[in-house]
Design a protein. Structure first.
Length: 251
């Protein structure tokens, strides 16, 4: 196993951080790695806002539903899908942009690139012995996050990422069986046995983690998460509309 694979396979999210800064040159290399990642047509539809001031990390800890690790980690990155630069290019050429960016495929492009960028940042940070945890809850108060970050139209905050030196070792979380996730040639729709097997493994894992309040198994957790009405991030449709991304928002 090479070093890159060994780092990737050791991943676990960290939610407790040492009171120790991330070195400037280390952060710079993480950001360089993010920029080097593949992207659509080299249009580069991602921006990263680096939040390091303590009072601002505290604001984001609150905005993201009281997540103390955001204030504790010395670095909080916010990954945005960003069509502002491509808007400027089109504007310079006298082209209309609203009807272009509001097509749903652009949201897929932006979200895909943000995912690639965040995954790259996680791998780069972990290669330096740093810990990370992605923060989807940056979309909890999405409109306030837009204001706090001074985002122009055509830029939306999709994910956050805490980075710092770990003050805990929570261990590696077991994943679904590989055959339930990776398929040869065609999708295998009969997953019941594999999911049952994973439910057993996952419930044993949860019982072994006294700090994890979740009970039950993976199926219980997934069904509970997606129970109707689904209302994790109710502000998102309006925020997307205000930022010019929602289908039909050009009207
Ligand atoms: C898109 C995304 C959003 C996430 N949002 C949060 C979050 O808001 N708060 C948090 O504590 N963890 C968050 N996580 C971390 C996941 O809970 C974690 O990655 C998952 O449970 C697997 O655990 P592991 O990373 O330790 O292997 C997020 C992860 C991803 C990929």
């Amino acid at each position: 196993m090479n070093e890159v694979i060994s780092t990737l396979l050791s991943h676990r999210s960290i939610r407790a951080y040492q009171d120790r800064p991330v070195e400037k040159e280390v952060l710079e290399q993480i950001l360089q790695a993010v920029q080097a990642a593949p992207n659509w047509v080299n249009l580069q539809h991602v921006s990263v806002i680096v939040v390091q001031e303590k009072e601002r990390r505290e604001i984001f800890a609150r905005l993201c539903g009281e997540q103390p690790h955001i204030a504790q980690a010395p670095v909080f990155l916010v990954f945005c899908a960003d069509f502002y630069r491509t808007y400027l290019a089109c504007k310079k050429k006298g082209q209309e942009f609203d009807s272009v960016v509001s097509q749903i495929d652009n949201l897929i492009v932006g979200a895909g690139e943000v995912g690639i960028a965040l995954g790259t940042a996680v791998a780069a940070a972990e290669s330096f012995g740093l810990g990370t945890v992605p923060i989807g809850d940056i979309r909890l108060h999405a409109k306030e996050a837009v204001k706090e970050l001074n985002l122009p139209k055509y830029v939306v905050p999709l994910l956050g990422l805490c980075i710092g030196y770990p003050a805990e070792d929570p261990g590696i979380k077991p994943r679904l069986p590989r055959e339930a996730v990776c398929f040869d040639e065609r999708y295998e729709q009969d997953l019941s046995n594999l999911l049952e097997k994973y439910d057993k493994e996952y419930s044993e894992y949860l019982l072994k983690r006294p700090w994890n309040s979740r009970v039950g198994n993976w199926t219980d957790m997934a069904a509970d998460f997606y129970k109707v009405p689904y209302e994790h991030y109710p502000e998102v449709p309006e925020m997307l509309k205000e930022q010019g991304f929602y289908p039909g928002s050009e009207g």
